[in-house]
Design a protein around this ligand. Structure first.
Ligand SMILES: [Zn+2]
Length: 68
């Protein structure tokens, strides 16, 4: 069964993003809200200067490798 990763944004609305799996944020941060951003956009930085949680990033990549 494919795991469903989703991008979540800090409740501060400052373009700081985390990743959740089954509604649990990977790094454990609880101050996040849902977004409609597809997981494929993770790591993309546009003119909005998005920032990505380093802890979520590492955990996400590790999972990808383990499953790969
Ligand atoms: Zn995080």
């Amino acid at each position: 069964m494919a795991k469903e990763y989703k991008i979540r944004e800090s409740i501060h609305g400052n373009f700081y993003y985390h990743i959740s799996l089954d509604s649990n944020v990977l790094c454990g941060n609880t101050n996040t809200m849902t977004t409609r951003i597809p997981i494929t956009a993770w790591g993309v930085v546009s003119h909005l200067h998005e920032r990505y949680c380093k802890e979520c990033d590492e955990l996400f990549k590790k999972e990808q490798e383990d499953n790969g």
